[in-house]
Design a binder for this molecule. Structure first.
Ligand code: NAG
Ligand code: NAG
Length: 523
């Protein structure tokens, strides 16, 4: 009897845990590296038996057979503008600020096209399904929160890195500027100069966000109308249930406060177990008795967009090594050159290659995703960053001791050769990155388990207002106690003023006395 009972309970549990919710993933970012992270979240949920529908604007590289995929690509002209912008950025040295200014120009297209998506008939079909939850990949597209409002479902935001100011703002998380660097990393403690720079970046970003905000609000009104019954975009921003952030602070730092509405899922794209490699790559790695090197300059920039001289420099150095090299190269008709130790591939299972025991070094553009995978698998790196968050990522990677970083645009055969030799031969880099790897894997819930647990938590409770920080609902003045400081300051000023009156009075009295005294004495 009790046996039947427990079998029945077990069955019930199985049924309950596989009962799928209808989940919408809205991932309209134009960056393949963002999409990989968002799709890894979607895949995790699909693997757990949820009915996941994804809308994206480019063909994703990560997929699951049960995901219903709707791809609404940008127009050719928009595609060209975005690509041009990425390519110009690859061609020259960029400071954070010039990158930001350039991004502003391309930004217009990126924002507009994410808005145009909402009225596309292919997208509109989603309103025929009764969804339970929406996950929104964030990239200046918060007007899409109107979709969740229309579907009457809770929203989770997925962000591609550690929380940046706008994600902090959505969740009421403190920004902690004195020790939490924006768009880069700093060595700690941060000097006065570094803190001033960080504060400057914060102001600049807030300025840009404000500049773009009228556009974002405009697109929201255009698509969802305005009126008494329609909540404003700001109201919807205060109704976000949770934000997933792709970071793991214990291993990458700095330790900072995180409200419960922010959940770390760093490493979500990394497979727990490597898939078997394509035959040619497996053979190539297998016979790499001297070790193998993986070279990838990322997915945003086609390798051919980097200056040919630089590519030739890299080729010369790599073809002279005893190690084998797998090189991610888009145009297989025009490779940098033939060498027995180099295998060119258009698209690589990067993660599975890094998991291979013969892979000894990763040469990377220092995109967040690649660095994460390398750290996860304990492979040291030589970084060749180009723009955006890459120089910052490379700087942290180097200062953490996981490898070396060179400026891609100014490498020489000598500098590259030396860096490769150092990282391949000096064991300290491998040791350091392996130590990180063991911390990275040691968590109460893996990244996938976190995604699953917290998504199902939001589903069970239909949102998570009880987790939300009250800071979300405070205005700027209240949030920073500015009114209180003003009152205290006024109070203090009045006291100082009164005190000075009293002192002046006493002073005058005393002086009066001395004068009288002197007068008396002189008489
Ligand atoms: C799964 O989602 C699709 C929308 O992509 C929907 O058409 C279908 O009815 C859903 N399946 C279930 C069982 O709800
Ligand atoms: C706020 O979120 C809840 C779920 O957390 C949802 O049911 C509700 O419709 C949302 N409200 C608005 C105004 O979108």
């Amino acid at each position: 009897m009790s046996a039947t009972c427990s079998v029945f309970l077990l069955l019930l549990a199985v049924v309950a845990s596989t009962q799928g919710a209808n989940i919408l993933g809205l991932f309209s970012s134009h960056s393949q590296s963002h999409l990989i992270l968002h799709m890894s979240v979607a895949k995790t949920l699909a693997e757990a038996g949820h009915n996941v529908t994804v809308v994206s604007m480019m063909q994703p590289k990560v997929m699951h057979k049960d995901i219903h995929l709707i791809v609404v690509p940008v127009t050719e002209e928009q595609e060209r503008t975005i690509e041009d912008q990425m390519n110009t950025m690859a061609g020259q040295k960029n400071s954070v600020f010039s990158t930001m200014f350039r991004l502003m120009n391309g930004m217009k297209v990126m924002i507009d096209s994410q808005g145009e998506l909402l009225s596309d008939p292919r997208f509109q079909r989603i309103y025929e399904t009764k969804f339970d939850l929406m996950i929104m990949g964030y990239f200046i597209n918060d007007f899409q929160l109107g979709v969740a409002n229309k579907l009457k479902v809770p929203v989770i935001i997925d962000w591609m890195a550690a929380p940046m100011p706008i994600i902090d703002w959505f969740t009421g998380n403190p920004a902690e500027l004195p020790y939490v660097p924006i768009l880069s990393t700093a060595t700690h403690p941060m000097s006065l100069g570094a803190r001033a720079q960080n504060f400057g970046k914060y102001l600049f970003m807030s300025y840009i966000t404000n500049l773009l905000d009228s556009k974002v609000i405009g697109i929201y009104k255009e698509n969802f109308g305005e009126g008494k019954d329609q909540p404003t975009l700001n109201e919807l921003r205060k109704n976000i249930s949770m934000a997933f952030v792709n970071c793991h602070l214990i291993s990458e730092g700095p330790i900072r406060p995180m409200v419960p509405g922010l959940v770390e899922i760093g490493g979500i794209q990394v497979k727990d177990k490597a898939d078997s490699l394509p035959k040619d790559i497996a053979e190539f790695l297998g016979k790499s008795s001297q070790g193998a090197i993986l070279l990838s300059l990322g997915s945003n920039i086609k390798s051919s967009a980097v200056k040919p001289e630089i590519i030739q420099t890299i080729f010369k150095v790599l073809s002279g090594l005893k190690q084998n090299v797998i090189w991610k190269w888009e145009d297989l008709e025009n490779t940098p050159g033939n060498a027995a130790n180099i295998l060119y591939k258009k698209w690589l299972p990067q993660d599975d290659i890094l998991a291979h025991p013969n892979t000894k070094l990763f040469i990377t553009h220092a995109g967040k995703g690649g660095i994460t995978e390398s750290q996860y698998h304990g492979v040291p790196m030589v970084a060749l960053p180009i723009f955006g968050d890459q120089p910052g990522n490379a700087e942290v990677m180097q200062s953490a001791g996981y490898g070396l970083s060179l400026d891609l645009l100014s490498i020489t055969e000598e500098s590259l050769g030396e860096a490769l030799k150092e990282v391949l031969e000096n064991e300290k880099y491998t040791k350091a990155v392996r130590k990180f790897s063991s911390l990275y894997r040691d968590r109460p819930l893996t990244a996938k388990q976190s995604v699953l647990y917290w998504t199902e938590y939001i589903l069970r409770h239909h949102g998570a207002p009880h987790l939300q920080s009250p800071a979300v609902h405070m205005n700027f003045v209240e949030r920073y106690n500015i009114d209180l400081y003003l009152i205290l300051f006024t109070f203090l000023a009045v006291i100082v003023f009164l005190l000075s009156l009293v002192l002046k009075f006493i002073w005058n009295k005393l002086r009066g006395k001395t004068i009288t005294y002197k007068k008396i004495k002189n008489q």
